[in-house]
Design a protein around this ligand. Structure first.
Ligand SMILES: Cc1ncc(COP(=O)(O)O)c(C=O)c1O
Length: 368
């Protein structure tokens, strides 16, 4: 038995006819940059997310564009979590602003809103909550922490497309929402792709220009923007796949439920806190024997993931910020103990059982 961490080949097999048609039809039209595919996909996503949406080249660019639209740069501070993918903080630093980290909640791995108020300063321009692994951050707590301060909220929804918070789709709550269509995401393209949602009409128009070198009319530039368009072939692929996202997310939740029930006596399993909807982009478990378990699973032909082995405040590129080991103890502890088990809609019952039995047998053997 073999259990890959993700299997995009099966997803393609299931949607082959529609995906092939979508790509071939785009090739036939020759409309590769912007155009109908982008308009159709943006309109479908706007409807799905209940907020205006704009395609862009990647999730990383979506975060960058949101920060650019707010004019954030040198001298500004942006609060976020150190337990996320690099791009969240990378976008802040690329613009010359300072990422200000806040430790995470031990149960959800998301920013601990209790700690936000302490780091708000006159320089704070924005906060980027990350809905990590597919679970919403505590958005009410976050807004309470911000209070009356004029701070923009940029949701990093790169791992949580389709998840909700108190009945609202993630990405429609903050000022901006940033999505990634990296192929392994719950909704993945056939390459890079991203989407940015914008709540304010004026800001929406600004982002629309920023992604096209700051121009509304070609060759007339109102802002210094970037080239960050969603590729038209990717938009065609995503339009086919997005019809399945709710069904796929439901299947992930079903698998997560089985994992939780079967493994909760062996490892610390994902904890879905009250009201925090989860679409299980990752299924994370915690164990003090992480590396041994990882090797054991590898021997059993099960690929597990490690997100993330080193929190951002300890990354070489961020040493200039002056953080040190011990500053964010929960992020540091979790990065030593976390493993992500395979979770995707196409996993078979046999594969799920095999993963569960393998994890159990690792701990049973240890206790002999
Ligand atoms: C939390 C988070 N933020 C940002 C990104 C960046 O997205 P992309 O890879 O599309 O640039 C990712 C995805 O890789 C992510 O998981």
């Amino acid at each position: 038995m073999k259990v890959p961490f993700v299997d995009l080949k099966i997803q393609y097999r299931d949607l082959k006819k529609d995906l092939n048609n979508a790509v071939i039809n785009t090739l036939k039209t020759g409309e590769f940059i912007m155009g109908k595919n982008i308009e159709n996909f943006e309109s479908a996503m706007s409807k799905y997310l209940h907020v205006k949406a704009l395609g862009c080249a990647s999730g990383s660019d979506a975060i960058l564009l949101a920060l650019m639209a707010e004019g954030i740069g040198s001298g500004d501070e942006v609060i976020t979590t150190p337990f996320t993918f690099f791009a969240t903080a990378g976008a802040i630093a690329r613009l010359g602003a300072k990422p200000v980290f806040v430790d995470i909640d031990e149960r959800t791995f998301n920013i601990d809103v209790k700690n936000i108020r302490k780091v708000i300063s006159k320089k704070t321009k924005a906060v980027i909550p990350v809905h990590l692994f597919g679970q919403s951050a505590d958005m009410s707590g976050l807004y309470k922490a911000i209070g009356k301060n004029k701070i923009v909220v940029i949701e990093d929804v790169c791992q949580a497309i389709g998840a909700e918070y108190k009945g609202k789709k993630l990405g429609s709550i903050g000022d901006y929402g940033c999505f990634s269509f990296f192929p392994t995401k719950n909704l993945g393209a056939g390459g890079d792709g991203g989407l940015i949602t914008v709540n304010d009409k004026e800001k929406y128009e600004k982002v629309k220009m920023l992604r096209l070198h700051g121009a509304k009319t070609k060759y007339f530039h109102e802002y210094i923007g970037i080239n960050s368009r969603l590729d038209s072939i990717q938009a065609a692929i995503l339009s086919v796949k997005m019809k399945h996202i709710d069904d796929w997310n439901k299947k992930r939740c079903k698998i997560a439920k089985i994992y939780i029930k079967e493994l909760k006596n062996y490892v610390v399993v994902s904890d879905t806190a009250d009201n925090l909807n989860h679409i299980f982009h990752q299924f994370a478990i915690l164990t003090s024997q992480r590396d041994e378990l990882l090797n054991y699973l590898k021997e059993k032909n099960i690929s597990a993931g490690l997100y993330y082995p080193l929190p951002l405040h300890l990354q070489k590129c961020f040493l200039y910020l002056g953080y040190k080991k011990g500053d964010f103890p929960i992020s540091e502890k979790i990065s030593q103990q976390i493993i992500s088990l395979p979770i995707y809609p196409q996993l078979t019952q046999k594969q799920i059982k095999y993963v569960i039995n393998s994890v159990k047998s690792f701990f049973d053997k240890k206790s002999l």
